[in-house]
Design a binder for this molecule. Structure first.
Ligand SMILES: NC(=O)c1ccc[n+]([C@@H]2O[C@H](COP(=O)([O-])OP(=O)(O)OC[C@H]3O[C@@H](n4cnc5c(N)ncnc54)[C@H](OP(=O)(O)O)[C@@H]3O)[C@@H](O)[C@H]2O)c1
Length: 226
C-alpha cells in the first residue's frame, strides 16, 4: 500500500514540528510547511532526507493555493498553525486589532487550509484532519478563558468549524476532529513543563484513526482507547 501523505502547518517549531516528526516516525510521507520558506526547508532537512518542505502562510490565499497545487494529494492534514496575541488582557480591554489578527490566523487561516485540502480527500474517499484547538474553549463542557479572550474565541470558533466540516465529510471516509493538546512548553507557553513530544503522540493517534473512528469531536487523550 502507498504511504499516507501528511501535511502539517506551522511545522517549523513547537507542537507542529513534534507532530511532523512523530508522523514521519510512524512511516507517513511528510510535507512540512511554514510561513518562512527557509524555516520549512531547515525543518525538513532536520527531519529526514525524504521530507518535503513548502512555504505556507495560512493568512495568504496565494500561498495556500500554491502549496495545495504543488504538494499533490494529501491524506492527513494537521492544522496546527496558530497565534496567541492577547494573553493577559480581558474582554473589556483587549485591543481589537489583536483579536482581529488572531481570528485572521487561527480561524480564517485554518478555514482556508481546510477549503484547500479537504475537498480532495472527499473525492478520494479517505482523509484524516486534525485541527489543533485548545482547552480555553466553551464547547464540550469547557469554559472560555477571559485572560486571552480573542484567542479563546478563535479556538471556540475552530471547534464549531470542525463540526461543520465534519458534517460535510460524513460517510465519505474523511474524519475531521479538533484536539486539545493540553498545556505544552513552546514559545507560546514557555513556562509549562510538558514537552511537545507528549501531545504529538496523541495528535498522531488522531491523525491515524481507523475507519469508523470519531469525527466532528473535540478530543483529548482520554477519549482514545489505549
Ligand atoms: N503550547 C500550548 O500550551 C498550546 C495549548 C493549546 C493549544 N495550542 C495550539 O497549538 C498550536 C501550536 O502552538 P505552539 O504551542 O507550538 O506555539 P508556537 O511554538 O508559537 O508555534 C506556532 C506555530 O504557528 C506558526 N504560525 C503562526 N502564524 C502563522 C501563519 N500565518 N501561517 C503559518 N504558520 C503560522 C508559527 O510560525 P512562525 O515560526 O513563522 O511564527 C509556528 O510554527 C497553536 O494552534 C496553538 O494555539 C498550544
Amino acid at each position: 500500500m502507498n504511504r499516507r501523505h501528511a501535511l502539517v502547518t506551522g511545522a517549523n517549531r513547537g507542537i507542529g514540528r513534534a507532530v511532523a516528526a512523530e508522523l514521519r516516525a510512524r512511516g507517513m510521507a511528510l510535507t512540512v510547511t511554514a510561513r518562512d520558506p527557509a524555516a520549512a526547508s531547515d525543518t525538513a532537512a532536520d527531519l529526514g532526507p525524504d521530507v518535503r518542505a513548502r512555504q505556507l502562510d495560512v493568512t495568504d490565499p496565494g500561498s495556500v493555493g500554491t502549496a495545495a497545487a504543488d504538494v499533490g494529494p494529501v491524506d492527513v492534514l494537521v492544522c496546527n498553525a496558530g497565534v496567541l496575541l492577547d494573553g493577559g488582557t480581558g474582554p473589556l480591554t483587549t485591543p481589537l486589532d489583536l483579536v482581529e489578527e488572531t481570528l485572521r490566523v487561527n480561524l480564517l487561516g485554518t478555514w482556508r487550509v481546510l477549503q484547500a485540502f479537504v475537498p480532495g480527500m472527499i473525492r478520494r474517499g479517505w482523509g484524516r484532519v486534525v485541527v489543533v484547538s485548545s482547552g480555553t474553549t466553551a464547547e464540550f463542557g469547557g469554559a472560555l478563558f477571559a485572560g486571552a479572550p480573542g484567542y479563546s474565541l478563535s479556538k471556540s470558533a475552530l471547534n464549531g468549524l470542525t463540526t461543520l466540516v465534519a458534517g460535510q465529510t460524513a460517510g465519505t471516509g474523511v474524519l475531521v476532529n479538533a484536539v486539545n493538546p493540553g498545556r505544552v512548553r513552546t514559545r507560546m507557553m514557555p513556562r509549562t513543563t510538558t514537552p511537545p513530544e507528549v501531545p504529538a503522540r496523541f495528535i498522531a493517534d488522531v491523525a491515524s484513526l481507523p475507519a469508523g473512528g470519531p469525527t466532528g469531536q473535540f478530543l483529548t487523550e482520554r477519549h482514545l482507547p489505549r
